[in-house]
Design a protein around this ligand. Structure first.
Ligand code: CUA
Length: 341
């Protein structure tokens, strides 16, 4: 009975580990597979050591225990060359078995694809609490959703606009720190299969660190090309002049949409076709996710009070009338990029 809470906690912890989209134990690409291979090797060696040490200990404890009525002191031995050589050589061999592939992987994963014309170049910039993805070869920027062509090598240069964050896609690639200043970290990965992979910030960066998610979406190459082309298209302002005025003065002073607005804050181009709002709310008109009766409810909710969703974020509360709020949410929900077939 006393163990019940402990058991419940272990089940919870294991359940969390079992989330396949956040698990390094369910690799979906070559980089993650290589890292998982190293984990298996290290765990395998550890298991051998544990079984051997515990097995021998158990044997010795039972075999040489003091028996009833036996008060003699056993033969005292000190030093045994043969044994000492054996237990020095075995760990050395194990370390070599672990060390050689580890060093190989370290060099493998440090390969530089930043000049490779076949690779897709992405500059990742972390912000409190969102991710900016720039594709310098196409002159486009987006936020929160990294769209990639399946199978292609994605070459990442990662930095931060404010504090330390860490860029991590558990099922595709290991994490790298993003640093403020000139210290740019690089990595690469690829996703052979189409799909959506969850990414996370893996460095404590403030009150909304745990909410600093992003998505990696792997699509076929022609969809990717269409996405790039769609992102370069000019975008029209809301058709209602009142909403357009509010959107221009209150949103575009920071955000960019297509060719409109400022470049510094999350680029909203195509936000209507993103999986999430603010990186964490489901972007859908399914009433299941609705809490205020608006069909673009989560967009509505986010614009109304972003601090309620992601405490400490830089957007702050925007002064909008109900009508402006509804109009802007509707306009944004309709900013879709039709690139998937
Ligand atoms: Cu950004 Cu934690």
């Amino acid at each position: 009975k006393r163990l019940a809470p402990l058991m419940a906690m272990m089940v919870l912890v294991l359940a969390a580990c079992g989330r396949s989209d956040l698990s390094t134990l369910n690799p979906q690409g070559p980089v993650a597979e290589e890292q998982f291979g190293l984990m298996k090797l290290a765990i395998g060696i550890m298991l051998i050591v544990i079984v051997a040490v515990f097995g021998i200990s158990l044997y010795v404890i039972i075999r040489f225990r003091r028996r009833r009525g036996d008060n003699t002191i056993p033969k005292q031995v000190e030093g045994n060359h043969k044994l000492e050589i054996i237990w020095t050589v075995i760990p050395i061999i194990m370390l070599i078995i672990l060390g050689v592939p580890t060093v190989q992987s370290v060099f493998n994963l440090a390969k530089d694809y930043s000049k490779d014309p076949e690779a897709v170049q992405v500059i990742v910039t972390s912000h409190q609490y969102w991710w900016e993805f720039e594709y310098p070869d196409y002159g486009i920027k987006t936020a929160q959703e990294l769209i990639i062509p399946k199978g292609k090598t994605i070459s990442v240069q990662a930095k931060s606009a404010d504090v330390l964050h860490s860029f991590w896609i558990p099922s595709l690639a290991g994490k790298i720190d993003t640093n403020p200043g000139a210290n740019v970290n690089a990595m690469y990965f690829s996703a052979p299969k189409e799909g959506v992979y969850l990414g996370k910030c893996a460095e404590l960066c403030g009150p909304s660190h745990g909410l600093m998610d992003f998505k990696v979406k792997s699509v076929d190459e022609s969809s990717f090309d269409r996405w790039v082309a769609a992102l370069q298209e000019p975008v029209a302002l809301p058709s209602d002049p009142e909403i357009a005025k509010a959107f221009e003065s209150k949103c575009l002073s920071c955000h960019a949409v297509g060719d409109l607005g400022g470049p510094a804050y999350p680029n909203l181009t195509g936000i209507g076709s993103r999986e999430t709002v603010g990186g964490i709310l489901v972007n859908t008109d399914d009433p299941q996710y609705s809490n205020e009766g608006s069909v673009y409810d989560n967009l509505h909710r986010w614009i109304k009070n972003p601090d309620e969703i992601k405490p400490g974020n830089q957007m702050g509360k925007i002064d909008l009338t109900d009508q402006e709020l509804e109009g802007i949410a509707k306009y944004l929900s309709e900013l879709k990029l039709n690139y998937e077939q």
